[in-house]
Design a protein around this ligand. Structure first.
Ligand SMILES: NC(=O)c1ccc[n+]([C@@H]2O[C@H](COP(=O)([O-])OP(=O)(O)OC[C@H]3O[C@@H](n4cnc5c(N)ncnc54)[C@H](OP(=O)(O)O)[C@@H]3O)[C@@H](O)[C@H]2O)c1
Length: 448
């Protein structure tokens, strides 16, 4: 377990001697206002010193999670050793269909318009709370159900979000900045272990007897993992102003929570939970409730581990993917393992200078350039827009190509800057891929 004392112990003095914690058993994060800059900078400096030490004790999985999360989002960018497998542009594949995503779409008319324009793949999730809109839009579109490819996602929350009462503030949903938007939409069945009834509910809401594709929404299997994954999600959703205060609150909460044995989930338990979710999806597939099954926001290590227990192929993996977060290892794995890769989140980068520069030269929009970049990497894209003219614009990415020089300009932007789910933090260091896990001091250590 991690305590501030332990962190301090690692933040040893310059001569290399380990500092002695004053009370090794107690959490010593200073009390008081989490936003207080003094305590904040004190802790930051402790971590900073600790980071520079060569002789680190092995960190537990939970400790690694907390420290890396903290360091990453205090603005420290790690230099990463990157796989460069995809640096040489490959032969362009036939572009996959562009999908309209539906996370934010709350108008039936937008989905109807997308279908009218030619979109045939609709991406949704039990979390998005808009199954009924999709159902209405399909009915209004006049396009037969069997001509559409309907994707939904289940298994959003970990099976046990139960925490000791005293840690509720730290890890109960009240703590996260997203609950106002998301929690009211988390259906009690949208929980790992309940995938089968969740799929049945989704089918009822969508008014269909089958999903073309059902995904496990996220690999997070505990409150801690979910909280860690949410940090960039909140950041991308415009929470930047709250981040400094929030990240420290997160670390304080995490340190406190980790001090409790009940809360510290072991890697094996997380593995079992992911396995159970997948087995439930396989059962749904056997029963004909889903034609295909897959995962979402899964690091490569988690997809690889599935080889040991899965009896059906991973049809698809969905992943935030754009020039700033290219997930080259996921791209490579998907290509080699025959898993279809769907990327989301390009819209967030439309003000990027490089994308704009390329777009201006080609007489396209930066949104189109970013989508086209993904398509030429063999990635299916799932852009979401509430605007009819943009739906049309996004579909037009199938009509042009980027030259190698422009692909290289965009390739060079990769810094693994994730805006949505940062699930690479959930991979135990021993099996973490080098290109998706921050190359912090802890990435070379493994306890588990
Ligand atoms: N599996 C997961 O965990 C996960 C997570 C996030 C998203 N997704 C899926 O991916 C879909 C897309 O995700 P997203 O909505 O977060 O990101 P996105 O497609 O990148 O869109 C983000 C925003 O960018 C704008 N936009 C879209 N196309 C644009 C263009 N060509 N130029 C400029 N701006 C553009 C849209 O605003 P306007 O509406 O104003 O046009 C949209 O609100 C979701 O609907 C969902 O289906 C999955």
């Amino acid at each position: 377990m991690v305590t501030a004392a332990k962190v301090q112990a690692r933040a040893s003095s310059k001569d290399g001697r380990a500092a002695q914690p004053s009370d090794a058993g107690r959490t010593e994060i200073p009390e008081g206002d989490p936003a207080a800059s003094t305590s904040h900078s004190r802790f930051a400096s402790e971590v900073s010193q600790a980071e520079s030490q060569e002789a680190w004790e092995p960190l537990s999985y939970g400790e690694q999670l907390v420290l890396e999360t903290y360091l990453r989002y205090r603005g420290r960018r790690y230099d990463r050793q990157r796989q460069d497998a995809l640096s040489q542009p490959r032969k362009i594949r036939p572009p996959p269909d562009a999908h309209p995503g539906t996370a934010g779409i709350q108008q039936v008319s937008t989905v109807v318009e997308a279908i009218r324009l030619g979109y045939r793949t609709l991406d949704t999730a039990l979390l998005y709370g808009n199954h009924h809109l999709i159902r209405a839009a399909i009915a209004q579109s006049g396009v037969p159900r069997e001509d559409l490819f309907l994707t939904s996602k289940v298994g959003f929350l970990p099976s046990s979000m139960e925490l000791p009462e005293e840690h509720k503030d730290a890890f109960g949903f009240d703590f996260l900045p997203v609950p106002q938007e998301i929690v009211p939409r988390v259906h009690p069945l949208n929980v790992k272990g309940k995938e089968l009834p969740a799929i049945q509910l989704s089918l009822e809401q969508l008014g269909t007897s089958y999903l073309d594709l059902c995904l496990i929404h996220t690999p997070a299997t505990s409150a801690l993992e979910l909280a860690a994954s949410f940090i960039p999600h909140a950041y991308g959703a415009g929470m930047l102003a709250q981040l400094p205060k929030w990240s420290e609150t997160m670390v304080r909460g995490a340190l406190t929570a980790l001090a409790s044995q009940e809360v510290q989930r072991r890697v094996e338990e997380a593995h079992e939970e992911r396995k159970k979710s997948w087995q439930n999806l396989e059962e749904a597939q056997r029963r004909g409730l889903c034609k295909h099954i897959g995962v979402s926001n899964y690091p490569t290590a988690f997809m690889k581990e599935m080889d040991a227990y899965r009896t059906a192929p991973i049809y698809n993996t969905q992943q935030e993917l754009h020039p700033l977060a290219q997930f080259r290892d996921v791209q490579e794995y998907a290509r080699d393992a025959g898993v279809r890769l769907t990327g989301y989140g390009t819209g967030i980068l439309t003000s990027n200078a490089v994308a704009r520069q390329v777009a201006a030269r080609l007489g396209r929009t930066s949104g189109q350039v970013l989508l086209r970049w993904a398509v030429q990497r063999g990635v299916a894209v799932t852009p979401k827009s509430n605007k009819a003219w943009r739906l049309k614009e996004n579909l037009a990415v199938l009509e042009f190509e980027l030259e190698d020089k422009d692909m290289k300009l965009l390739d060079a932007l990769d810094q693994q800057h994730v805006f949505y789910w940062n699930t690479s933090l959930l991979v135990p260091v021993a099996s973490a891929p080098t290109s998706t896990v921050a190359g912090s001091p802890s990435s070379s250590r493994a306890e588990l």
